[in-house]
Design a protein around this ligand. Structure first.
Ligand code: GDP
Length: 300
């Protein structure tokens, strides 16, 4: 088994390739939950949903979120009723949020609810929320602290940010399932996800860094030069006090890393880093990178 640490875009692109090469039951994914939120009474777990939909073959891979060919009838009618949801939630996607919200209100943990949803959606990969403790990423702005989803979805990242914080009632701890997956794997892969909003929240869960130190860990950079392949990672890295490059990424992970992978086009030099083509512009490129990563682990 290989365990991946994932957000909702870069690592799922890699998983799209891995799923073609490995039996899904050999794939574990520890997923960021610090972007989670309640919306209109329902529970959104955007990164968990993306990973779950990928394995369920439902994912809209033109956006890397939501369900392919979903409709927005409920969202549109809610607007008519004066409910202005800032995320356009599709109808079937919403059904998942309703089901999860009901399960959580009924006393299930997020891990249990995810397990049920995966079973119902015929997902045989192991999809694990990083923690069952509610923790949320906020960015600091001139308008005050803002939920990361508000910053990125409502404001499209067009707001200056000066800091990034995690808000929680109690410090998040990794679940037993997460620690067992890390420990029971042949290797752990930190995919090319946002280091600040997707990977750091996982690494901050109590127990994760220690478990990773005992494992073979490979990380793939989401940066080429001083720009991420997509998304707001550069502004977030700066606000987090890190250089928005592969070097800044490497510095965040180096205490737990065995192999650091940079793109072949990346002008930033990091001693000892491995160079691969990491640009997953289509399914074939995802499979190529997945094959390269698997051969690092299994030597074939
Ligand atoms: P989020 O939850 O939607 O923010 O998604 P992630 O954190 O999983 O992924 C976002 C990161 O993926 C961004 O920083 C991108 O630079 C990176 N990314 C997206 N596509 C690729 C790709 O094809 N190759 C690499 N190396 N990084 C990518």
């Amino acid at each position: 088994m290989i365990t991946f640490l994932s957000g909702g875009t870069g690592t799922p692109k890699l998983l799209r390739g891995v799923q073609e090469l490995l039996d899904e039951r050999e794939i574990g994914v520890v997923v960021n939950t610090a972007d989670d939120m309640w919306l209109s009474g329902n529970h959104l777990s955007p990164d968990v949903d993306t990973v779950m939909y990928l394995f369920a073959e439902l994912l809209d891979t033109s956006r890397w979120w939501g369900i392919r060919d979903d409709t927005c009838i409920t969202h549109d009618f809610l607007q008519t009723l004066g409910v202005d949801e800032f995320i356009t939630v599709g109808d079937r996607d919403r059904a998942v949020h309703v089901a999860r919200g009901e399960m959580l209100r009924g006393g299930m943990t997020l891990t249990e609810a995810t397990k049920v949803l995966c079973r119902r959606l015929d997902v045989s990969a192991t999809v694990l929320p990083m923690t069952d403790t509610a923790v949320t990423t906020f960015v600091q702005t001139g308008m005050g602290p803002m939920h990361f989803q508000e910053y990125w979805v409502r404001h499209r990242g067009a707001v200056a940010i000066t800091g990034v914080t995690r808000e929680c009632r109690e410090p998040p701890a990794a679940t037993e399932e997460v620690l067992a997956a890390i420990e029971g794997s042949d290797a752990v892969v930190i995919g090319p996800s946002n280091p600040v909003t997707s990977i750091s929240p996982i690494l901050e869960c109590a127990g994760v860094r220690d478990a990773l130190r005992r494992q073979c860990v490979i990380a793939i950079s989401p940066f080429i030069g001083d720009a991420p392949v997509s998304g707001p990672a550069a502004a977030l890295m700066r606000a987090f006090g890190r250089e928005p490059t592969s070097l800044g990424t490497y510095q965040m992970y180096r205490d737990i890393l065995d192999i650091f992978v940079q793109d072949v086009r990346d002008p930033v030099e990091i001693e000892g880093a491995l160079r691969l083509d990491t640009l997953m512009v289509n399914r074939g490129k995802s499979v190529d990178l997945a094959r390269d990563v698997l051969s690092l682990i299994y030597g074939r």
